[in-house]
Design a protein around this ligand. Structure first.
Ligand code: SF4
Ligand code: SF4
Length: 395
């Protein structure tokens, strides 16, 4: 079995986190985190998302002013006395890079038996999901429907109604996001289900560059319409510095791929042809299913590559992933309850600062409780969708 974009992850990674949350943490009355840098705070945030509140931080430089943070802070000597007063009841998680272990660990000798160490891969993973973010990548889905029909499509386009995103609404939303984030909006995706189906696609491109001169603009297409595009299409992409990624599906394209690349080159447009695991391979089929009853372990989402990697705005709200779309279409098609609620998205017109947006996507949306993350997997060669419930649900 192969796991989604997590080459090194396996069931044993989930088991390790199960053991941490179900055995190690409950063995202590208090949990402290060593270090208040990026890793320390990300671990604090991760535990909070999973329903565990830490008692505070332990630091080696107590003279620093930590007043801006609401969590209690102790120096190593203070923690030593605290730890000693109830030996075996205060657990300490190392929240710093292992590069500092040689310097710090000798000072924490008194707590060795009660310490927990995440390896660097996990600290990076926790930091990328729950840590402070400096910039944000946001996509808009220009159509709900698609001209291809893929097995278990992550946004359930094969069963979605035909719908085009409204250009005027997009402009308002993008302006709002740009007003809040400014240059921290580093990437704007015009994607899903198939952006080239939108009759106003080029207007989307032009206004995106007018609103943000610096963000990377990225269009992801299945390429089926690339053979029909006019010179204007290619020159607009080039003039607005758009990167066009063509996902390489193993279907028959009604034109010569080489002609498309020649056109892109002629106009200086940036075109890449991408497969799944490599530039050479064709797209494979992935299964990322949910359970209608929910109740998955809250820590499983840390292994979901979509969490804050597929941030999208839709109808004024910001979402940390695009699962919201598949729930909407699946609920209508298969007559099931849609668990996605308002709190799963953030109203960008009610948010007052860009920091609110950055913080929101580092949290775990409630809808994560329904995803069977430990069963997300590649099932091999690309398959067409049969529009069956089992492509999106495992129960
Ligand atoms: S995965 Fe397939 S069906 Fe879904 S949006 Fe992409 S090309 Fe369309
Ligand atoms: S809802 Fe959570 S677990 Fe499911 S795809 Fe989105 S981020 Fe991943």
């Amino acid at each position: 079995m192969k796991f989604a974009n997590l080459d090194k992850m396996s069931q044993s990674d989930f088991e390790l986190f199960d053991s941490f949350f179900l055995k190690w943490i409950p063995a202590y009355q208090e949990i402290w985190v060593f270090g208040m840098g990026d890793y320390g705070k990300a671990i604090r945030n991760f535990l909070k998302e999973c329903g565990f509140v830490i008692s505070g931080f332990v630091v080696s430089a107590p003279e620093k002013n930590y007043a801006e943070d609401s969590d209690p802070v102790m120096s190593i000597s203070e923690f030593k006395a605290h730890h000693h007063s109830a030996k075996g009841k205060r657990g300490l998680i190392m929240g710093v890079s292992s590069l500092y272990y040689a310097e710090i660990l000798p000072k924490l000798y008194f707590a060795y038996d009660d310490m927990y160490f995440f390896d660097e891969t996990y600290k990076e993973l926790i930091s990328s999901h729950c840590g402070a973010r400096k910039g944000m990548k946001i996509s808009w889905h220009l159509t709900s429907h698609c001209n291809l029909s893929c097995y278990s499509c992550q946004i359930a386009a094969p069963i979605a109604p035909k719908r085009f995103y409204d250009l005027a609404q997009y402009k308002k939303e993008l302006r709002r996001v740009y007003d809040l984030l400014g240059e921290r909006l580093i990437y704007i995706g015009l994607t899903a289900a198939e952006p080239l189906l939108h009759p106003e696609f080029l207007e989307f491109v032009v206004c995106t560059r007018q609103i943000s001169s610096a963000a990377r603009i990225h269009v992801i297409t299945n390429g089926l319409l690339l053979g029909n595009q006019s010179d204007t299409f290619w020159s607009v992409l080039s003039a607005n510095q758009v990167k066009l990624s063509w996902t390489k599906y193993p279907v028959k394209y009604p034109f010569d791929v080489k002609d498309v690349f020649a056109k892109a080159e002629q106009f200086g447009a940036l075109l890449e042809y991408v497969g799944d695991s490599s530039y050479m391979a064709d797209k494979e089929s992935w299964e990322m299913r949910a359970a209608t009853k929910g109740g998955e372990n809250p820590w499983d989402y840390i292994f979901c590559f979509m969490h804050n990697n597929c941030i999208a705005v839709n109808n004024r709200r910001l979402y940390t992933c695009h699962k919201k779309f598949s729930w909407e279409y699946c609920a209508a098609k298969f007559n099931i309850d849609n668990p996605v609620c308002n709190d799963d998205g953030l109203d960008i017109f009610q948010a007052e600062t860009g920091d609110e947006l950055l913080e929101f996507v580092s949290q775990r949306p409630r809808m994560c409780a329904y995803c069977k993350v430990r069963d997300f997997r590649c099932i091999g060669s690309w398959l067409p969708s049969k529009r069956e419930r089992g492509e999106w649900f495992c129960d």
